[in-house]
Design a binder for this molecule. Structure first.
Ligand code: SF4
Length: 377
């Protein structure tokens, strides 16, 4: 169905998340319209590169395209722009011969009930919606995200809650999707209320890209509702310093003032954030806005994303390069989620370069070697 774009009459409508959602581009023609709309209203650039309708159509059959006016307005419009690259369908998505699995992390086979992945004994990941404000081309859950056939049903929710209640070894539930912050306030509050009634549950975490792609959704009403469920942890997903804006800062500030701990996980993506300089700028930007860097993920081996793949060792080199140059608590852990469903492992650069019977030899952040006896005599 062709989309009709509504021109914002004032900046106030730009700040209305419902306007942002209903004016998302979901096709190549709608993207052209949206670019025009942004340019006309002074929100965008004139230099967007050409893109092909047929690539959209082909990629869309496997994983939908959608972008909010806000997120698109962050793009410089150049082909190399890190925003553009995260959202634009690419023909390599449809002829990926390197990554061949749709569910390499075996989430589905670890689901005791529909939509609830229980891989580690102490926590469960709950898929509460199939929708996102923006569809990221590297998404590891593209087998179901964006597809209405995978939308959770009321009966799934009940079964998931029953399962969590019946398994007191689950101490933490992670609300994920899709983006849980796209649920209406009252629906999200209902889920949180049910979870809070489970005495064995110590922690509730919400994974979301909303502060990055639709920060105006983090309004006073949402924050007031979330504040009732203190303590909550929210894990955002900023991949590049270009995503840090006054509006995303405000969203994080509102969340933190509502008593919510805000962490960030990012994915190491070729051509987007695969350098020490870009990572340093991102991490310092996150710290400056009150977000605690948590994980840097190696790309999951999902079919259609291998053009974003970096060398697996690059992440450890970046972490090593960050040491001694930014505050230690701003350095995330580099994580690899094992293909086959083995779970996450951290891949940290080692500081020990040699071990003898009596001593360890360390390399410090400057690359200088220091020897330390194992036991002081
Ligand atoms: S916001 Fe998350 S779940 Fe949604 S498309 Fe992006 S990576 Fe996938």
């Amino acid at each position: 169905m062709p989309e009709t774009l509504v021109k914002p009459k004032s900046k106030l409508r730009w700040l209305d998340y419902r306007w942002q959602l209903s004016n998302r581009a979901r096709s190549a023609p709608a993207l052209r319209q949206l670019i025009d709309l942004l340019e006309t209203n002074g929100y965008g650039s004139h230099r967007f590169p050409a893109f092909k309708d047929e690539v959209f159509a082909e990629a869309d059959r496997r994983f939908r395209f959608a972008v909010t006016p806000y997120y698109l307005s962050l793009s410089s419009g150049e082909a190399q722009c890190p925003i553009w690259r995260q959202i634009l369908p690419d023909e390599r998505e449809t002829n990926d011969t390197l990554f061949t699995q749709m569910d390499p992390l075996a989430e589905e086979s670890h689901m005791p009930v529909r939509g609830l992945t229980h891989r580690y004994p102490d926590r469960a990941l709950w898929y509460v919606t199939h929708s996102c404000a923006v569809y990221c081309r590297f998404c590891m859950r593209k087998r179901k995200v964006s597809q209405s056939s995978s939308a959770p049903r009321q009966s799934d929710r009940q079964q998931a809650l029953d399962y969590i209640r019946a398994h007191p070894e689950i101490q933490e539930v992670i609300l994920s999707g899709g983006d849980p912050l796209l649920l209406p306030d009252h629906e999200l509050a209902d889920l949180l209320e049910e979870l809070r009634r489970i005495p064995s549950l110590i922690s509730i975490r919400i994974h979301t890209r909303i502060p990055v792609v639709l920060p105006m959704r983090v309004d006073r009403s949402l924050c007031k509702s979330l504040a009732d469920f203190y303590p909550l942890t929210m894990v955002t997903h900023f991949n590049h310093a270009r995503e840090i804006t006054d509006l995303s800062r405000l969203a994080v500030e509102r969340l933190r003032r509502s008593g919510i701990q805000v962490l960030n996980q990012s994915v190491l993506l070729k051509g987007i954030n695969d350098s020490l300089a870009v990572q340093r700028e991102l991490l310092l930007g996150l710290m400056g806005m009150g977000v605690q860097p948590y994980y840097l993920h190696a790309l999951d081996e999902v079919q259609g994303v291998s053009h974003f793949k970096t060398d697996l060792r690059l992440g450890t080199e970046i972490i090593a390069g960050l040491r001694g140059t930014i505050p230690g608590h701003a350095i995330p852990r580099y994580m690899v989620d094992l293909t086959g469903g083995g779970g996450k492992v951290s891949l940290e650069p080692s500081s020990v370069i040699e071990e003898t019977a009596d001593a360890l030899v360390f390399k410090n952040y400057q690359g200088r070697n220091f020897l330390r006896l194992k036991q002081e005599s």
